[in-house]
Design a protein around this ligand. Structure first.
Ligand code: URP
Ligand code: ZN
Ligand code: ZN
Length: 451
């Protein structure tokens, strides 16, 4: 055996139990009460939790966006992921205009493959479906990328007609359509209105995109998914009206899924009144307390399926472009290293169960996005394993993080409990604060939807 982890509390989405777990050639080979000590490496996890590595279903690494490129490349982003107990990232590969879907994957994989320190998959961010491009989705599916994101906002967002066509196509070839839902016309109108009145602070980023601007777009997206029968996954859901629409659609039996992010569970719109409010500028923006409460309630009752990060950090100097104009701030914040520790802290404090944290951060993204070898501690699956110390106090500071960014919205956040070790396919990539992985170790993960 290569590795035996002994005496830990193993956590799945439904059970917590004490057992040993054995690993050989990167796979989980046995889970039992006493597996002995006949292994190259034996670790005593008495008093610790043993968890599946998290899957971050939503990252933007080295993504050209907002007049620059997000500051974590595939090495920095996956290094940070490993150090926060995340062993797989699903990154957004943005299509260029006129580019067939398979070319998008090949182009991004040339950058990702030599850099990734943990495993990765892609979603394609669709910009253009003219001519043969719509049909080229099938080639991406055949290559293991069965999920596509559309943006209802930004200068590359698609029209309602294109969105609807993508849903029809998706129904035909069984893919997942993810959507960034906000009403683009209202955002653009509001931004213009505020700037021309000299209202330039980050608070007006929030006021340009308040609750109903997101909620209305959620309703439209869900309506069209219902009409077409297509599967729809709402990314970074942050408002109460959208939560209610997701809950209703699920009750009616539609395949509608929802993701939220730790920043929406932790911060409210009040951050935009802070002196460093620009650092929190992301879209959709953090909302009011009622929306945050609705997100937590939905998460606990199972109407939020996934917690992911939308990791899209920018350097302070780039965030500062918006010191006198909120519309110039590149949208996005860091989070890939913080997601699992944050959700596990909530479990440790009894606000959710450890099983729920595993369900949201590992089991559900694996199931929903067809990642068969990952997401749980099961014999035959990849040995993506986290040993978590529930008694270790940790305060997040930028210096202790492993990204390339120079500030974090999570600065000063106190957590109880923290990942102690992370294994990616059996390889120790993080140990007690130290990154031990290497660029190029991470593999492209082919996915196939099963639902
Ligand atoms: O502000 C954000 N969320 N930036 C990343 C791109 C996106 O919209 O997901
Ligand atoms: Zn988005
Ligand atoms: Zn995003």
């Amino acid at each position: 055996m290569d590795l035996i982890i002994k005496n830990g509390m193993l956590v799945s989405a439904s059970e917590t139990y004490q057992a040993d777990i054995a690993v050989k050639d990167g796979k989980i080979t046995a889970i039992s009460n006493d597996l002995g000590t006949d292994a190259t490496s034996v670790i005593d996890a008495q008093g610790k939790y043993v968890l599946p590595g998290a899957i971050d279903a939503h990252t933007h690494l080295a993504m050209p966006f907002g007049g620059t490129v997000s500051s974590d490349d595939y090495f920095a982003g996956t290094r940070a992921a490993a150090c926060g107990g995340t062993t797989t990232v699903f990154d957004f590969a943005l299509q260029d205009f006129d580019e067939p879907m398979l070319d998008v994957i090949k182009r991004r994989d040339k950058i990702a493959a030599p850099q990734a320190a943990v495993d990765y998959a892609f979603h394609i961010g669709v910009k253009d479906i003219h001519g043969e491009l719509l049909d080229s989705m099938q080639a991406a599916v055949d290559c293991g990328v069965p999920s596509f994101k559309i943006f209802m906002v930004y200068d590359f967002g698609v029209s309602d007609g294109v969105f609807y066509q993508l849903l029809e196509k998706s129904k035909e070839i069984n893919t997942m359509i993810s959507v960034h839902a906000e009403n683009n016309d209202l955002v653009n109108y509001n931004v213009k209105k505020f700037l021309s009145a000299g209202k330039t602070s980050p608070w007006y980023h929030y006021l340009s995109r308040p609750e109903f601007v997101e909620g209305e777009a959620d309703l439209r997206a869900i309506q069209w998914a219902k009409e077409t029968g297509a599967k729809l996954y709402i990314v970074h859901l942050a408002n109460k009206q959208g939560v209610e629409a997701v809950t209703l659609a699920k009750q009616e039996g539609y395949p509608i899924y929802a993701e939220t992010c730790p920043q929406y569970l932790h911060f409210t719109r009040d951050v935009y009144k802070r002196d460093d409010g620009r650092n929190f500028v992301c879209s959709p923006p953090m909302k009011g307390q009622q929306s945050q409460d609705a997100l937590w309630d939905a998460l606990k009752r199972g109407d939020i399926d996934v917690v992911a990060t939308d990791h899209c950090p920018f350097m302070q100097s780039e965030k500062d472009w918006g010191l006198n104009d909120f519309s110039k701030i590149p949208n996005g914040c860091a989070g890939v290293e913080n997601m699992y520790p944050y959700m596990l802290d909530k479990a440790n404090k009894g606000e959710i169960t450890f099983n729920k944290a595993v369900e949201l951060c590992a089991a559900n993204p694996a199931r929903i996005f067809g990642c068969a070898d990952k997401g749980s501690l099961t014999i035959g699956k990849d040995a993506d394993i986290v040993i978590y110390d529930p008694n270790k106090d940790f305060t997040i500071t930028c210096e202790k993080m492993h990204s390339d960014y120079d500030h974090t919205i999570w600065e000063g956040t106190d957590l109880t409990g923290y990942p102690e070790m992370t294994f990616s396919r059996g390889k120790l990539v993080f140990n007690n604060g130290e990154f031990l992985g290497e660029a190029g170790y991470g593999k492209f993960i082919k996915r196939q939807l099963t639902e």
